[in-house]
Design a protein around this ligand. Structure first.
Ligand code: AMP
Ligand code: FE
Ligand code: FE
Ligand code: ZN
Length: 284
């Protein structure tokens, strides 16, 4: 499948991605991606480097962020794309989120130690070049021989419901959406399946988020099949929302990883793509 020319969801070493921002943009150029949203977890720290590379390589890099919000079961991740220059007050707010992440990861290391696992905060800190997350904790566990691989680490130790799990995001979704929208962002619900809802429950949740200012749903992802994509497009239409495409790329060559630019099938329709581009902050 030819890559989509628009990928609004990607990660770099500013959070839990494996490519530096400039390397990610070089890959985007190689894959003929015209518009790339860099959406690291709770930070915009990689954006300046990515945009400098984008100017050289002819890739438009949209400043973005993936915000973790509180959700009772499952996860609520919100993608926000910001206007430029990104307002200083919003950047200051993201720095608080980064501090929350570091605090959470330290507490998770403490919980692992209480279970008798030999792991030190330094093991994790060495692996995180930007915002720390559970993948860094998982990799530190693997390096210590306390987990076989990431799947094992998430299944037994750091995954949702595990003994050392602490949810990320003390923030209510309405507050997260509110602050982003207040600063001119377009906000999309990432991997909607992770809310852990379907049918009327999902509809009610989307209505609640839309009332708070949600602007779109990430209907098109490489890990969402055609039936799911069509259902999410219909869900977006019912609530007057846009749809967004994203690979959620983190690194090359992982078995469970979508390649940069892969938004699955059928992918975003041309009309929806145009509507989205006209509403994306910084639209030419
Ligand atoms: P955090 O934001 O710190 O809660 O970490 C969430 C990140 O961990 C996600 O963005 C994925 O990159 C990764 N992740 C989540 N679940 C798994 C899993 N089961 N196996 C490997 N990586 C995972
Ligand atoms: Fe991630
Ligand atoms: Fe996510
Ligand atoms: Zn992501």
């Amino acid at each position: 499948m030819p890559p989509s020319t628009l990928d609004l969801h990607s990660h770099s070493t500013a959070s839990d991605g494996k490519l530096a921002p400039a390397e990610l943009v070089a890959l985007a150029a190689e894959r003929e991606i015209e518009v790339l949203g860099l959406t690291d977890h709770d930070t915009l720290a990689g954006v300046a480097e990515a945009q400098a590379a984008g100017r050289e390589l002819g890739v438009r890099v949209v400043p973005g962020i993936e915000i973790s919000a509180r959700w009772p079961r499952g996860q609520c991740h919100l993608l926000a794309w910001l206007p430029e220059p990104v307002p200083e007050a919003f950047l200051a707010w993201t720095r608080e989120r980064s501090a929350d992440r570091a605090e959470r990861a330290r507490r998770m290391v403490g919980l692992l130690q209480e279970q008798g696992i030999a792991i030190e905060w330094d093991d994790v800190a060495r692996l995180a070049r930007g915002n720390v997350g559970r993948p860094h904790v998982a990799d530190a566990l693997i390096a210590r021989g306390a987990a076989r691989d990431r799947a094992d680490a998430f299944e037994r130790l750091v995954g949702s419901g595990c003994p050392a799990y602490i949810p990320s995001g003390k923030l209510e979704p309405e507050a997260a959406i509110g602050i982003a929208v207040e600063h001119g962002a377009l906000v999309s619900l990432a991997h909607p399946y992770s809310l852990g809802l379907d049918g009327d429950d999902l509809d009610r949740a989307i209505a609640r988020l839309a009332a708070a200012g949600l602007g779109a749903i990430e209907a098109h992802r490489g890990d969402q099949g055609p039936d799911e994509q069509v259902a999410y497009v219909a869900l977006a239409r019912r609530h007057g929302l846009l749809v967004t495409p994203g690979s959620d790329f983190h690194e090359r060559g992982r078995e469970d990883e979508r390649m940069l630019g892969d938004d699955g099938r059928p992918g975003i329709a041309p009309d929806d793509r145009e509507a989205l581009l006209s509403r994306l902050p910084g639209a030419p």
